[in-house]
Design a protein around this ligand. Structure first.
Ligand SMILES: [Fe+2]
Length: 158
C-alpha cells in the first residue's frame, strides 16, 4: 500500500481498497458484457437496444474509473486489466443466447446482480467508516438501478 496524507486509518483503507478492487472487477466485467450485447443484438428493436447497451457500457466504464481512482487515492493499486478483473469478478459469465428477448434478459440479470453487489458495498463501506466510498457506491447504485429499469422495461411487451 502507498502512503497518503488522507487521515483514514490504514486498517480502514486496506479493507476499503479490497472492497473497491472487487467492484472494479465487476464494473469491467459489466462493461464487457454490455459491449458483447451491443455488438450481437439482433431483431426488430435493433437500433434502440444497440444504442441502449452502448450507454450501459459507457456508464460501466465511468463507474470503473470512479472506483479505480478512489482506490488509488486511498493508497491502493488498481487491478485494471481484463485478465485480473476476470479472476476477481463476481458476475456470472454471459450466457449463449438465441433471441433478442434472451439477450435483454441476460444483460438485465447481469446489471441487477451488479446493482445488488454495489448496494451491499454501500453498507460495507459505511460500516468500515469510509463515508466517501459509501457515497461513491450510492451514486453508482442510483445509476445502475436507472439503467436496469431502461433495459428490463423491454421485457414487458404485452
Ligand atoms: Fe459500437
Amino acid at each position: 500500500m502507498w502512503n497518503t496524507p488522507i487521515d483514514l486509518p490504514v486498517k480502514t483503507r486496506k479493507a476499503v481498497i479490497d472492497l473497491l478492487q472487487h467492484r472494479l472487477a465487476d464494473s469491467l466485467d459489466l462493461w464487457s458484457q454490455a459491449k458483447h450485447a451491443h455488438w450481437n443484438i439482433k431483431g426488430s428493436n435493433f437500433i434502440a437496444l444497440h444504442e441502449l447497451f452502448d450507454q450501459v457500457a459507457g456508464e460501466a466504464d465511468d463507474w470503473g474509473d470512479l472506483i479505480a481512482e478512489r482506490l488509488v487515492q486511498l493508497g491502493g493499486t488498481a487491478d485494471g486489466t481484463l485478465r485480473r478483473a476476470a479472476k476477481r469478478t463476481q458476475l456470472a459469465e454471459f450466457p449463449e443466447v438465441d433471441s433478442q428477448a434472451k439477450m435483454v434478459e441476460a444483460l438485465s440479470h447481469a446489471m441487477a446482480n451488479f446493482g445488488s453487489l454495489i448496494r451491499e458495498s454501500v453498507d460495507k463501506a459505511d460500516a468500515l467508516g469510509d463515508k466517501g466510498t459509501a457515497d461513491l457506491f450510492t451514486e453508482v447504485s442510483r445509476g445502475i438501478d436507472k439503467l436496469v429499469w431502461f433495459v428490463a422495461a423491454h421485457l414487458h411487451c404485452d
